[in-house]
Ligand binder design. Sequence first.
Ligand SMILES: NC(=O)c1ccc[n+]([C@@H]2O[C@H](COP(=O)([O-])OP(=O)(O)OC[C@H]3O[C@@H](n4cnc5c(N)ncnc54)[C@H](OP(=O)(O)O)[C@@H]3O)[C@@H](O)[C@H]2O)c1
Length: 210
Amino acid sequence: MKARSRIWKASEMLQKVLCNEAPGHQSSSEGSPGQSGHKRSQSSHQQCWVCQTPRLSRGYGGELLLIHFHTNTVGPFMVVQEFLPLLKKAADRSEGTKLSVSRSAVVNISAGNGSITTATFDFPVIHAAVGYRVSKAASNMAMRMIAPALTKSGILDIQMCPGWVKTDMGSPAAELEVSDSIAAMLKTMEKLNESHQGAFIDRNGEPIPF
Ligand SMILES: NC(=O)c1ccc[n+]([C@@H]2O[C@H](COP(=O)([O-])OP(=O)(O)OC[C@H]3O[C@@H](n4cnc5c(N)ncnc54)[C@H](OP(=O)(O)O)[C@@H]3O)[C@@H](O)[C@H]2O)c1
């Protein structure tokens, strides 16, 4: 309950600060992000909601789509709102309008798998990671939508894919060591500026089509 009310408070705050509008959020708690935490440990389909692909079978229902959506779309969006006062405070310390990671930034760790443009038809459905890909595409859109408001506040807003990395999610078969992926992302982050605002890029800064 506490986390949920903080999330709604952050949501109200964003509207006030960025949109200059009255809050007017729903009072119902149905479908609110705080619910996801309870279900996390109960899911027999997944050990990790961020990563593991539920099989597209009779067991694949709306609930699993929502689980991915809560984790990959709602979660990052709410985190940005929660951190907004600090992001603004950091941005306000700099003169001018230039955007950079060193000034104030949201770097959303996205995934190339969230690209609708590059989603191919030759993917075996069973491995299509439906919930994951849908939720990452939606997350890209959510972050893209707030880019104009973040620009006004002096905050850089980027969606970045780390590559296929040897983590719990990426598996030992992945291409990149964690250190290599992170090193590449950090190198790219140093170069980001207002020309990248709202962009979807890979770890080397190359654009990924939405
Ligand atoms: N690895 C890749 O190849 C790859 C490729 C493209 C994009 N990405 C993106 O990179 C990011 C990091 O992934 P990773 O490779 O580092 O995966 P990872 O090693 O499996 O770590 C995933 C992290 O997400 C946390 N998590 C999972 N479900 C959560 C939930 N419901 N609420 C809060 N935290 C949750 C896990 O926490 P616990 O440890 O507590 O479970 C864990 O710390 C993800 O956004 C992923 O989509 C990864």
